[in-house]
Design a binder for this molecule. Structure first.
Ligand code: FMN
Length: 249
């Protein structure tokens, strides 16, 4: 783990519309950085090109975060999380980083990260969470695909958070069908009263709408926006990205 020093703990706030982009080769050596990344980093372009990307690593970032990043992007999935980067003069800036593998004709040719500004609430929550991770106060939790999740036998509690879109949709459809099938069976058993079926269909539709809102629409909005909940930041407590408190992860 590279420790870049000194650090000042002075924060540079990024403009709301800032987009910091960098690409690397397969060995994580920087091959491209856009003007915004270079300017914010405080390095000259020549100082960045060809260097390992941990040149901008801030010592407050827990190793677990980058271990998760590499595991995730090497498995072909995108990784999104808050990252605190060190500037050349020791100051820092917070970003929401979206890292992914870059492939050409199916072959891995490098990696790319696009960073946008993180809000004050998000960074306050991440600062606390990363300190807890570094100092071993997060026993029973780990970072998986940028999300704080339970580990060990309690991992099932985080199942919904890690679930991909297909099973989420399948559960929603099943939820809609359960009352319909139930009502049809009950009507058949009672020898009539088929009016129960459309009524149950309505209930199923309502359930599915609620479920899709809670499991798909809401989380995708949060994913593109907030990574850590404001509730947690105001309590200064680490949270899951879905906005639940730590004990509910
Ligand atoms: C495309 C890409 C972008 C990266 N961006 C950053 C970054 O902004 N800050 C950072 O500390 N590490 C970044 N990394 C991860 C570093 O390569 C490295 O794993 C990390 O800084 C941890 O350093 P260490 O291996 O010395 O512990 C990036 C890696 C890739 C592939």
């Amino acid at each position: 783990m590279k420790v870049n020093l000194p650090v000042t703990q002075r924060e540079l706030k990024l403009p709301a519309d800032a987009t910091l982009l960098s690409t690397t080769d397969t060995q994580s050596r920087i091959t491209y950085a856009n003007g915004a990344f270079i300017q914010v980093s405080g390095f000259q372009r020549e100082e960045l090109m060809g260097q390992a990307h941990n040149l901008v690593r801030h010592p407050d970032m827990p190793p677990q975060a980058f271990a998760d990043m590499w595991r995730t992007i090497k498995s072909g999935q995108p990784w999104t999380a808050l990252v605190k980067n060190r500037r050349k003069n020791g100051d820092h800036y917070w970003v929401r980083a979206n890292a992914t593998a870059v492939r050409r004709n199916g072959e891995l040719i490098g990696y790319m990260s696009v960073r946008t500004r993180a809000s004050d609430l998000e960074t306050a929550a991440a600062e606390k969470l990363y300190a807890d991770l570094r100092e071993g106060r997060m026993k029973g939790f780990e970072i998986d695909r940028g999300l704080l999740v339970r580990k060990g036998w309690l991992r099932w509690l985080s199942a919904f958070k890690l679930m991909t879109l297909a099973p989420r949709v399948a559960i929603g459809l099943a939820l809609a069908l359960v009352p319909v099938v139930g009502a049809a069976l009950a009507a058949a058993a009672a020898g009539g009263a088929l009016i129960a079926v459309p009524a149950a269909a309505l209930v199923g539709f309502g359930l599915a709408t609620w479920y899709f809102q809670a499991q798909i629409v809401g989380p995708s909005r949060r994913r593109s926006g907030r990574r850590f909940s404001s509730r947690a930041a105001s309590r200064s407590s680490p949270t899951c990205s879905t906005g639940s408190t730590r004990s509910a992860c």
